[in-house]
Design a protein around this ligand. Structure first.
Ligand SMILES: [Zn+2]
Length: 416
């Protein structure tokens, strides 16, 4: 070790750069024996032993473990510094802008260097919990909202998939130059280690298999061009994530109104795409997001959790259980508002050449679906809605939901 330090000294003199000995420290990784007194010296100054240190921006410690707490703290600090007062839903920035800020600045800072460290499932879990909690907070959605909805509405890649992407990119950069030490290590490890082993290259093999990409050896033999690889990797990870999301959507009846065909990574749901940058529109989008994810508290939802003390019947009209269809399409209390909006919706549908718009608007189920997510196949029947059409219906439905929400709040307050 002292010999290596001497070489470093010689190099620094030859190439005329200075190494500050007081800023250097030494850590023992996975020490088998207690600390022994050593005299590692650089430029005549003794280098102290430490339990942790930062090297090239990556935190290293004696146990070679990821400091998840610091990572989460860094992510939180970055998110607050960029979003500030508008962090909690209601105020300021549009959700689509927040989603872009999250993916462009917060995630890369938080995950910096994680692909080269041996992270555990518990580390991934902690980072995922932080991401989900923050994204719900940003959208002002309740904690009980399904995780898949919090991610998919903003079109954000789960932390796990993002780390997998970074790890595979690291492998791609290793195999670029066959003259490097890293390349030789990769060649040796691929030959020596089994795919089931706990090693970096075995993990690479598993990831390539999961995302249906070429095998590690195929990539080693003929590495694709940078652009080709980037496109292939992004598309494979995105498609895999969307397929997982679709499976999760199927299991959750509360998310049945969301059109899973329109799910996309990097592109928020149209609920947020056409959001105007002012407070009232933020509030409208927020109320609609709650209804869409099934977390807007209606009498039927309350009854599910307290079946003996709460009756699911609508407290305003007392005719039938207050579910989403009743609240949006049936409750007689909001008949006047509904009729007005139905006429506007009918006009809008006719303008964009829909077949049988009257039937769509008059049927309670399809009307609810149109109001919550107009792109769903059940109300399109082969029709491909244009961007303009989606935008017009979106603005109309957001306004309608806001009106009936206010009406309901007023009536409930009167009754209590
Ligand atoms: Zn009612």
């Amino acid at each position: 070790m002292n010999l290596m330090l001497k070489t470093v000294e010689e190099f620094s003199r030859r190439h005329r750069y200075d190494i500050n000995p007081s800023k250097s420290s030494c850590i023992r990784v996975n020490p088998k024996s207690p600390v022994q007194s050593t005299n590692f010296a650089l430029e005549g100054t003794r280098i102290p032993f430490d339990t942790s240190t930062t090297h090239l921006g990556i935190h290293r410690n004696t146990k070679c473990k990821v400091n998840t707490k610091d990572k989460v703290e860094l992510g939180r600090r970055t998110a607050y510094s960029l979003m500030g007062a508008c962090f909690n839903g209601k105020n300021g920035l549009k959700q689509s802008v927040k989603s872009r800020l999250w993916s462009t600045f917060v995630v890369p800072r938080m995950l910096y260097g994680l692909e080269v460290l041996p992270y555990s499932q518990a580390d991934l879990k902690a980072l995922e919990v932080f991401q989900i909690k923050t994204l719900k907070q940003v959208q002002h959605l309740a904690d009980r909202t399904s995780n898949v909805a919090a991610l998919s509405l903003l079109g954000i890649l789960p932390i796990r998939a993002q780390i997998h992407k970074n790890t595979l990119n690291l492998y791609y950069s290793i195999i670029q130059n066959s003259e490097t030490v890293e390349y030789k290590v990769a060649e040796r490890q691929l030959a020596m280690k089994l795919p089931t082993d706990h090693s970096f290259f075995s993990n690479i093999r598993k990831l390539l298999h999961t995302y249906n990409l070429p095998t590690a050896y195929q990539l080693l033999d003929s590495p694709p061009g940078k652009e080709v690889w980037k496109a292939k990797l992004n598309s494979a990870v995105d498609q895999h994530t969307i397929a997982t999301w679709r499976e999760e959507f199927k299991e959750k009846p509360s998310l049945k109104y969301i059109n899973t065909d329109a799910l996309s990574i990097g592109k928020p749901h149209h609920l947020y795409t056409y959001e105007r940058p002012h407070k009232i529109d933020n509030l409208r989008a927020e109320t609609k997001a709650k209804l869409l994810t099934g977390t807007y508290t209606l009498q039927a939802n309350r009854a599910v959790f307290n079946q003996y003390t709460v009756n699911s019947t609508c407290t305003l009209c007392k005719t039938e259980p207050e579910c989403r269809v009743h609240f949006i399409a049936k409750c007689p209390i909001s008949d006047a508002v509904r009729d007005k909006f139905k006429a506007r919706l009918l006009e809008c549908l006719r303008l964009h050449g829909r077949e049988d718009p009257l039937e769509l608007v008059n049927n309670a189920d399809s009307f609810t679906q149109l109001i919550l997510d107009s792109t769903h196949p059940s109300v399109n029947n082969g029709h491909l809605p244009s961007k303009k059409e989606i935008e017009s219906i979106e603005l109309l439905s957001r306004e309608y939901i806001w009106c009936i929400h206010l009406l309901r709040c007023r009536e409930v307050a009167k009754g209590s």
